[in-house]
Design a protein around this ligand. Structure first.
Ligand code: ADE
Length: 239
C-alpha cells in the first residue's frame, strides 16, 4: 500500500510516522508513506498556500491551485489509476473501525489535510473524495486526524501486527469493546489477576473474556450492540 499525505505542515506528521509499528511497517516495505508539502506546489512567489475567504468571513482558506497541482502531480508521478482520495474534515462522516478495514484493502490512499478555516470549495466540487471526521470536535488541521486514520489502517495490513488475531479481538471488531487484560506479576499491591486467567482452561477463559467484554460494552457503549455495523463481514483480507 502507498499512502500519500498532502499537508501544509509536514513536520506535524513526520515524527509520528517514524515510531513504533508505523515505522516498522515501512521498514518491512508493507507500506510506503509519502508526505507532500503543499507549499512546494504553490504558484505564489512567497509559497503561500492560504488566502482570505471571499465574502469577508473570519479565518483563512487553503487555496485551490496548490492542492490541484499536488494531487495531479502525484497521480502522474506514481502512475496511480485508482486513487482513493480522503479529505479530513469535521464536516465528514464519522470514522469507524469498519471504515478502517475498508481502507486497509486499498492500494493507494491520499489524505488531504485541511488547515485554518478549511479548503476552497472547488477542491471538493472537482475531486471525488471520501470526507472523514474523527469526531465531533474541531482541531486546527487535518494532520492529527490523518495520523489517527493512518495508524488504524496500517495495523490492519497483513504482516504489520505479527498476530492478526490480536487485531481481531480489538474493540469494535464484533460490535463490542475489548475485554480487560492482565500481565505479570500475578499479585500487585494486593491486586490479584482473576483466577480463571491462570487456570489454563481455554474454554473458560474465552467465556470470561466474552462476558467481560459484554459487561463493559453494556456499561458504556450500549449503542454498539444495537448498531448493524458488521465488521467481520467486510474484512476480506484478514479472514
Ligand atoms: N480537521 C479538524 N477537525 C477535524 C476532525 N474532527 N476530523 C477530521 N478532520 C478535522
Amino acid at each position: 500500500m502507498k499512502i500519500h499525505v498532502i499537508t501544509a505542515f509536514p513536520d506535524l506528521l513526520r515524527g509520528s510516522l517514524d515510531e513504533s509499528i508505523i515505522k516498522r511497517s515501512q521498514e518491512k516495505q508493507l507500506v510506503e508513506i509519502i508526505v507532500h508539502n503543499l507549499r512546494d506546489y504553490s504558484e505564489d512567489k512567497h509559497k503561500r498556500v492560504d488566502d482570505y475567504p471571499y465574502g469577508g468571513s473570519p479565518g483563512m482558506i487553503l487555496k485551490p491551485e496548490p492542492i490541484f497541482n499536488c494531487i495531479e502531480s502525484v497521480i502522474e508521478k506514481y502512475q496511480i489509476s485508482d486513487p482513493c482520495l480522503i479529505f479530513m474534515t469535521p464536516q465528514g462522516q464519522q470514522y469507524t473501525q469498519a471504515k478502517a478495514i475498508e481502507l486497509s484493502q486499498k492500494d493507494n490512499l491520499f489524505f488531504l489535510c485541511g488547515h485554518y478555516k478549511g479548503v476552497d470549495e472547488r477542491v471538493r466540487e472537482y475531486w471525488e473524495m471520501d470526507e472523514i471526521s474523527i469526531g465531533d470536535y474541531v482541531l486546527t488541521g487535518g494532520e492529527l486526524p490523518a495520523l489517527v486514520v493512518i495508524d488504524s489502517v496500517i495495523r490492519l495490513i497483513p504482516g504489520v501486527i505479527s498476530d492478526i488475531n490480536s487485531a481481531k479481538t480489538d474493540s469494535f471488531y464484533q460490535n463490542k469493546l475489548d475485554c480487560p487484560y492482565y500481565t505479570r506479576p500475578e499479585i500487585y499491591r494486593e491486586l490479584k489477576v482473576p483466577d480463571v486467567l491462570l487456570s489454563g482452561h481455554h474454554a473458560e477463559i474465552k467465556k470470561w473474556q466474552e462476558q467481560k467484554a459484554m459487561e463493559r460494552t453494556l456499561a458504556v457503549r450500549k449503542d454498539l450492540i444495537e448498531s448493524d455495523q458488521n465488521i467481520e463481514k467486510n474484512d476480506n483480507k484478514n479472514k
